[in-house]
Write a protein that binds this ligand. Structure first.
Ligand code: NDP
Length: 339
């Protein structure tokens, strides 16, 4: 009888500790929202430091870099297509132990801790810390015709849609690196005209050099696009205003690519953490911590200035370290010390 009671007590204790372990396991130490260069780098750092790290991949796994034809300014990396860089980062994240979840975060509760994240289909997960790396999305012009012809001749993705314009006339609007990147991704167009609103491009010198040798690319400066015009089904041209003379003219073309910069993907978080006046996530000085302790942000969603792969990965590595530091301070043990 004594032995039996002892056995029951042992089983009960085991159940309790197993239950505690399950409870503990149920809260994920680090959840990274977004799977672009920032999300993947944050996950690599966090997972290598021994914490379970889950990446919620988001609506566009790999992020915007997947569309870049050639990335030249990542240290120690030869010129590579963006998708190749992303694949390597994904492999690194997996081999460091990070896990991936397809889908998106749709809501969150940062008012109590552990945090609660709601995913598609109302699935909820708990997290001791969160790293937001949702990047940014292409900006729109907001001019007449843009919404109507979006997907019917107007696009912001030359990698996706450039092949539609073989032997056709294309207009690209914008003067940054993206505008040039778009031109490079429509190699078979009959002619490409880049419309720049100022008297010079904002694109980096080396990017401008890359299109110099292309006979089928020309650049029009001081040109404001007022309207996208079509026959109801297809784009037929643009209404253009000359910034110097004020003259308005019609420019015939078959396709239009809008490449005028990006907006941070921060809308989802606006009621939960502090945003800066321009919509980017507000961070402390020299820290990736947001206004909520335990919630960090990295990459384009919190960077209105540099927006490079190397700066995104730099801030993400820092966010990964800071998340781990936060967990340690709050006595959340890493895998090795939990056994
Ligand atoms: P940028 O913000 O660098 O440039 C936006 C361009 O669009 C500017 O020329 C701007 O004009 C123009 N613009 C903005 N609003 C309007 C409007 N309403 N009408 C007409 N023109 C407008 O954005 P990008 O998307 O080009 O680049 C974002 C970041 O991504 C940058 O840091 C860039 O370096 C990086 N990138 C790197 C690439 C690579 O290395 N391969 C490829 C693509 C992007 P204005 O100058 O007058 O403000």
């Amino acid at each position: 009888m004594k032995n039996y009671l002892l056995l029951v007590a042992v089983i009960f204790i085991n159940i309790l500790s197993a239950h505690a372990a399950v409870q503990e396991q149920a809260v994920i130490p680090i959840v990274v929202i977004g799977s672009g260069p920032a999300g993947l780098t944050a996950a690599i750092q966090a997972a290598r430091l021994g914490y379970e790290t889950l990446i919620v991949a988001g609506p566009k796994p790999g992020g915007q870099l997947t569309g870049a034809s050639a990335v030249e300014n990542v240290p120690a990396v030869d010129v590579l297509p963006g998708i190749d860089i992303i694949k390597k980062m994904e492999e690194q994240a997996r081999s460091a132990g990070a896990e991936f979840l397809e889908g998106s975060v749709t809501d969150m509760d940062f008012s109590s801790w552990p945090f609660v994240l709601t995913l598609d289909f109302d699935k909820k997960i708990q997290a001791y810390s969160v790293i937001i790396a949702t990047g940014s999305a292409p900006r729109r012009l907001g001019i007449p015709g843009e919404s109507h012809y979006w997907g019917m001749g107007v696009s912001s993705c030359a990698v996706c849609d450039g092949f539609l314009y073989t032997d056709k006339k294309v207009a690209i609007i914008g003067g940054g690196d993206s505008a040039i990147e778009h031109a490079l991704n429509i190699p078979y167009a009959q002619h490409i005209t880049i419309f720049v609103r100022k008297s010079r491009m904002r694109a980096m010198h080396h990017m401008q050099e890359r299109i110099r040798g292309y006979d089928n690319v020309s650049i029009e400066y001081n040109k404001e696009v007022l309207k996208i015009i079509g026959d109801g089904q297809n784009v037929t041209g643009l209404e253009i205003k000359d910034g110097a003379t004020g003259d308005i003219s019609f420019f015939p073309c078959d396709g239009v690519f809008v490449a005028i910069g990006h907006n941070p993907n921060s809308e989802l978080f606006k009621d939960h953490i502090q945003l800066a006046h321009d919509g980017y996530i507000y961070l402390g000085t020299r820290s990736q911590q947001t206004s909520v302790p335990g919630v960090f942000a990295a990459g384009d969603v919190a960077d209105s200035k540099f927006r490079q792969v190397s700066t995104a990965t730099g801030t993400a590595a820092q966010a990964g370290f800071e998340a781990v530091e936060f967990l340690r301070k709050n006595h959340i043990l890493d895998k090795a010390h939990r056994q």
